[in-house]
Every structure is written in C-alpha cells, then in structure tokens.
Design a protein around this ligand. Sequence first.
Ligand code: NAD
Length: 398
Amino acid sequence: MAERLRVGIAGAGFAARFHLKGYQRVYGVPIEVVGVTSKTAASREAFAREVGCQAFSTFDELCDHCDVVDVCAPGFLHEHLAVAALTRGRHVIVEKPFTGYYGPEGQANERFRGNTFPKEEMLRQALASCSRMLEAARKSGKQIGYAENWVYAPAIQKERDILIKTGGQILWLIGDGSHSGSHSPYYGIWRFSGGGAIVGKGCHPLTAALYLKRVEGQSRDGQPIRPATVSARTHEITRLKGFRDAGFLRTAYEDIEDYGQAHVTFSDGTVADIFASELVLGGVHNWLEVFANNHRTRCNLNPINSLETYNPREELFRDIYVIEKIGAKQGWSQPAPDEDWQHGYPQEFQDFAESFWQDREPLAGGELARDSVAVLYSAYVSAERRGAEVALALDRQP
Ligand SMILES: NC(=O)c1ccc[n+]([C@@H]2O[C@H](COP(=O)([O-])OP(=O)(O)OC[C@H]3O[C@@H](n4cnc5c(N)ncnc54)[C@H](O)[C@@H]3O)[C@@H](O)[C@H]2O)c1
C-alpha cells in the first residue's frame, strides 16, 4: 500500500479552496494536497503559495505527481479532465454538475446559445458523456467521487439513519437550492456551465432526494429506487422586459435560466418537487423536506438556527462571516458556526479519502451522478415542451 494519498487539484478558484479545507480536516487516512494546476500562472501560483504545494503548468504534469485528481474546473472541462486522469490510473473527484452539454464545439463556439438549442440532443450527448466517464472508471479500476456535498450534509445523513432504522417509505420530497446568483465568471454562460439554475443549483436538492430514495430501496429490498419521469419548467426572470433591477441580484446571465422547478416521479410511483433559482435574497436557501409514511423531516442545510445574533450596526460585523451570500449583516441573523460542516464538505472528503484508501465506492459515486445528469437534462427536454412529462432512459446506451 502507498504511504499516503497524493491529491492534485485542477482549478484554483472557489471550489478548489473549500476542497482544500476539506482535505485539511480528514483524519485516519494520510492524505496531502501536493499540487495544483489552473488556467493562469498567477492563480495557480498564488494557490500553491498559500497551500505550500507545487504549481503545475499542465494537467499532465499534475497527473504525474498524484494518486487522486480533484476536478474543480468549470463543468465544460469535467469529462475531459476526469477521463484523462482515470485513463492514467488516478482516482478522480468531480464537482457538480458531473457533466453535461456545452455546445457543438465545446466552449470555443461563441455563437452557441444553450437556452434555444434543441434539448433532446443535449440530453443524448450528456448521457453519452456520463457513459464515457463511467466506462473510463470501469476500465481503470479506479473510483469516481461525485462531489455532491448535500449527500454528506449531517441533516441528510441523519434522515438516512431515521429512514433505515424506522423502515420508512418516502412518499414525497420537496427541496430548494437557491441564492442571489453565483460569483463565478463562468456561470451564466451555458457553454461553460452546462445550464442554469436547474443544473447549477437544482442538482443539490435533486441529488439528495435521489440518494435518499436509493437508500430506502437498498435497505428494504436490496435494490435502489430510481427516478422514472420528470416534468419541468424554466424561466429567465431577470431578463424579462418588465424586470426592475433593484441592484441586489446578479443579472449578468447570457443564455441560462435563473428559475427552474422539476417534478420527479420514482419507479415506485412516489414523487419529489425540486426548486432552484438565482432570485433569493437573504443568504443561501438550502433545504429538503421529507414526507414519509411514518415520519416527517425537514433537513435544513443553510441557514440553521444554532446561533441567532442581533447586530445593531452593519459595520460592527465587517469582519464577521455570517452565511454564504447573506448581503446585509445588520439586525437579526443566524451566523453559521461551521458552514462547511453543515454543508457536508469535511464529511465528503473523509468519505472520498477512505474510499480511495480502501478501494471501495464512495457514498456519492458515478451511478448517482449519472442519474442526476439524466434527470437534469430530461428536465430541460420537458421545459422545452412547457412541462410535458419525459420518461428517463437511465439504462439505455447512447
Ligand atoms: N459543491 C458546491 O457547492 C459548489 C460550489 C461552487 C462551485 N462548484 C463547482 O466547482 C466547479 C468550479 O467552480 P468555481 O466556483 O470554483 O469556479 P471558479 O471560476 O472560481 O474557478 C474555476 C477554476 O478553474 C480553472 N480552470 C479553467 N480552465 C482550466 C483548465 N483547462 N485546467 C485547469 N483549471 C482550469 C480556473 O483557472 C479557475 O481557477 C464547477 O463545476 C462548479 O459547479 C461547486
């Protein structure tokens, strides 16, 4: 067995930074971030200096020096980087969205507009991309960790425990992943992000819902319960002619939706309703409620009320982190005592480290990732048809 797990990170932005903090909290597995690569020398060198690791100018060099490649680059690069790493015999971690459709010639095609492009073709290509990634993992015998942190959030894991120990049947889930708009310059342009609110934010409550229904089926019958159909709507609210911009929401979106909702049915006939938007002020709005035949749970990821603070003057809290995307800090707020923990990040990296070390599949692996992509892109097909139900083709080879 190797002496330690050497991690190389592709990307040096927002996600790379919270992944780094996740690795720093792993216990019981010797794991170390040894290198980083990114688009610009300045960003990777600054990141490497902060961490005390090496900055590599190419992805190949990064791969040469690590056992695990952590893909923290924009979505349009996920398949390419993950397949390259797996082919070289590295375990990979892939951020959300796992993969998707980014235009006929990738990001080079500047005339591509995702919101008007035929969605059946997008779905077909996105599923083909998933198959190539899963096939590369199968061939290499290495693991894929799908970095869907909601699966690892303590609230979702507690519900998992309740579900298994009470033998509950989930009848209906409803959840939301929303805030006032992503900070990344890549977000808002379909050829980089692979979609808007549905893909970028809806993926979180959706994947947590898919995960819990899998757990229910596996614990009762030894078989996961998987999604069967989806009906969805999407809207571009901040680009409406009549939208009145008060200056609090991000609005610079090129060709993505800023509101989406998806109604999912599962193979056992039960349902989930997922909402996602870029229209929510007051901090991130991340929750999933579970209505079961024998219990009801509201999983609050953020905000949570373990702290309730009154701040009489905005500037008093200048150096206080409250919660992600809070905006104003004056008045009552619910500062997160440990936001990373409540979002599931340390738990996620603990599971990835153990699964790579022990060579077992992580809780959030390739099949869950592929089901999420299938629902998300089928939701776009449905939205193109103004909400008509679309049957999922989960096991159909593209
Ligand atoms: N799980 C979550 O809650 C969460 C939150 C934010 C972002 N994300 C995901 O993380 C990924 C990155 O998003 P971000 O917010 O960090 O974006 P970002 O814009 O902050 O950073 C992107 C990084 O990728 C680098 N990059 C671009 N091209 C590259 C290439 N060819 N090779 C290597 N690196 C390259 C850029 O230089 C930059 O450092 C996205 O898939 C996003 O959806 C997940």
